[in-house]
Design a protein around this ligand. Structure first.
Ligand code: CDP
Length: 232
């Protein structure tokens, strides 16, 4: 099997990142989580907004926010078997998943200069010649249109809301499920309707509906397709 690029796109909480990580591990590839970069930029933008005393991070010039992100060392860096999102010299995780970051990330990531910055970093990392599994919203359509395999992961809104609540260790009752499904739908609408690189399935992507698949089942399906696509 040769090295290559596997693109996994899909809506919020469809399981892209955890699936991509497991697929990368099975193939011996690196995993690039593009959403983590968008979240980290949003985190930096919120810090800058707080410092400037403004509520909306979009009120700030985003090229200055990107410079601040660079100064703080924002990058996906090799870490163990994969790549971790580094900020301020350490792997960032919890700070990328706060409610504030989640509610602002779609707006920040709709700004072209932000997308150009992220795309340049992803392409630079993939150029290193190692195999990569990259997950996001526009990986198969814009970032790597020549990817060796493109997957579009979906699941019903209820399944996605349930997974997100379970992931957060929150109570899974009908009220919370309805609220979370609404939050996810809001973000999907924003991601799918933006002018630049909207969330959509690439015409040559394989669609995998994970609603009634087990995690290992969905990983296996993608690993088999990837091995086939990358067979020498
Ligand atoms: O919550 P979830 O894991 O599904 O999302 P994420 O992959 O962490 O991405 C967070 C947000 O970043 C998305 O809602 C998009 O607004 C943005 N994003 C994007 O615009 N393009 C990508 N390739 C990846 C993420």
């Amino acid at each position: 099997m040769r090295q290559g690029i596997i693109a996994i796109d899909g809506p919020a909480a469809s399981g892209k990142s955890s699936t991509a990580r497991a697929v990368a591990e099975a193939l011996g590839f690196g995993h690039l989580d593009s959403g983590a970069l968008y979240r980290a930029i949003t985190h930096v933008a919120l810090d800058e907004a707080a410092r400037a005393g403004v509520e909306n991070p979009l009120a700030l010039p985003l090229d200055a926010v990107l410079r601040s992100a660079e100064d703080r060392g924002l990058m996906l860096q090799p870490d163990g078997a994969g790549f971790a999102c580094y900020l301020d010299g350490a792997p960032a995780d919890a700070e990328l998943r706060t409610a504030a970051v989640t509610s602002h990330v779609s707006a920040v990531s709709a700004v072209p200069v932000v997308r150009e910055w992220v795309n340049a970093k992803l392409r630079e990392l993939a150029r290193a010649g190692v195999g990569v599994v990259v997950d996001g919203r526009d990986i198969g359509t814009v970032v790597f249109p020549d990817a060796d395999l493109k997957v579009f992961l979906t699941a019903t809104p209820e399944a996605r809301a349930r997974r997100r609540l379970e992931q957060r260790g929150a109570v899974v009752d009908p009220g919370e499920l309805a609220l979370e499904a609404e939050r996810l739908a809001l973000r999907d609408r924003a991601d799918a309707s933006r002018a630049v690189a909207p969330l959509r399935r690439a015409h040559d992507a394989v669609e995998v509906d994970t609603t009634s698949l087990s995690f290992s089942g969905q990983v296996e399906r993608i690993v088999i397709a990837a091995r086939r696509a990358l067979a020498d």
